[in-house]
Design a binder for this molecule. Structure first.
Ligand SMILES: *Cc1c(COP(=O)(O)O)cnc(C)c1O
Length: 221
């Protein structure tokens, strides 16, 4: 199956309020161009250097979403153009994004990544760490970042009930955090769901799904 067919299939399953992030990490520019030709404009990458190389060459109206673990010393390389950073997992990182955004005279949209999976290896705040950071309130002074929602990754399992439970938990955190700290229309994104679980994510309230292999095929690392 080709990229266009795959994209059509995935898009057909998305309600109108859910946006598709085509996760193009480890795939060449040609694959992105193919998806672009079908109208896809949002692409997700997880490595700074790779995203920079692609952004340099590919059309300027692509919205680049950063979805991988982001080191503070690399923020400066993506700050001039990144559309949304899904993976903010510390106050330190948020401060650095603010600092670099200010230098570029931009406001950078961000999501807070929450750890919901059973695996220890995945990044993100716990719910308690996240609310603690928000309660401290320092983030309120950062004028060049805009916190627009939460992101999470479910456990890597075939157990659909487990995945649903984790997404549902994140959705409940999202409601609590929205009510307690934001209560505005800017905080509105829930980035959940990948190739094997985006259908469940949609049922559990996703507004952004991050789909890679289902569109581009398996990655060769
Ligand atoms: C790679 C990646 C995806 C896409 O994974 P697929 O299983 O290929 O759809 C989604 N989200 C994050 C954070 C990723 O790193």
């Amino acid at each position: 199956m080709d990229i266009e067919t795959n994209l059509k299939k995935v898009r057909a399953e998305l309600p109108s309020n859910v946006r598709l992030v085509a996760v193009s990490k480890f795939h060449p520019n040609e694959a992105i161009e193919e998806a672009y030709a079908t109208g896809q404009r949002i692409f997700g990458e997880s490595k700074v250097q790779e995203m920079n190389q692609k952004q340099n060459i590919l059309p300027k109206d692509i919205e680049w979403h950063f979805i991988g673990h982001l080191q503070t010393n690399k923020v400066k390389y993506i700050a001039p153009y990144v559309s949304l950073i899904h993976s903010v997992d510390s106050m330190k990182l948020l401060s650095e994004i603010n600092k670099q955004a200010l230098k570029c005279d931009r406001v950078i949209p961000c999501l807070l990544q929450i750890h919901i999976a059973q695996e220890e290896t995945k990044f993100g705040f716990s719910f308690d760490e996240c609310t603690e950071m928000l309660e401290k309130g320092e983030w309120n002074a950062l004028k060049n970042i805009s916190i627009q929602g939460l992101m999470g990754m479910a456990s890597n399992t075939d157990n659909k009930q487990q995945i649903r439970k984790e997404f549902r938990l994140l959705h409940s955190y999202y409601q609590v955090i929205k009510n307690n700290f934001f209560n505005n229309n800017i905080f509105r994104e829930l980035s959940i769901g990948m190739s094997h679980d985006y259908s469940i994510a949609i049922e559990e309230g996703a507004t952004l799904v991050r789909v890679g292999s289902k569109i581009f095929g398996e990655r060769t690392y």
